[in-house]
Design a protein around this ligand. Sequence first.
Ligand SMILES: [Zn+2]
Length: 119
Amino acid sequence: MSNTELERLSTLALRQRKAHLLRALAFPPDALHASFLERFLKCGRPNCHCRTGEKHGPFFYLSRCLPKRQMRTLLLKEQSQILHACHGVQAYQQLLESLDQLSWINWELLRRGDPLQAE
Ligand SMILES: [Zn+2]
């Protein structure tokens, strides 16, 4: 729900959404702050089919940006690694979205001059 949609809700509805979010907010133990990437690649062999046609892959990676334009990348080799990585990245994103939604509700309550926590 966007910020402008939140503006149209009653304060009671905002507080109910907030209570629901707080009940649902649990830190996912498998959370991964990273990007899940799928890549098809060319190898170095000069006469390989990947030069002109079908590339190799898919290969799955986790990657994460670090300060100073550095990047940390992890090649996922096992099927179980790929699944766990995929779930972990989604869990982290879901948590971030819930936190962001909570923050917008608090923003809207503050704009109305209401306390952030119900008394
Ligand atoms: Zn090749």
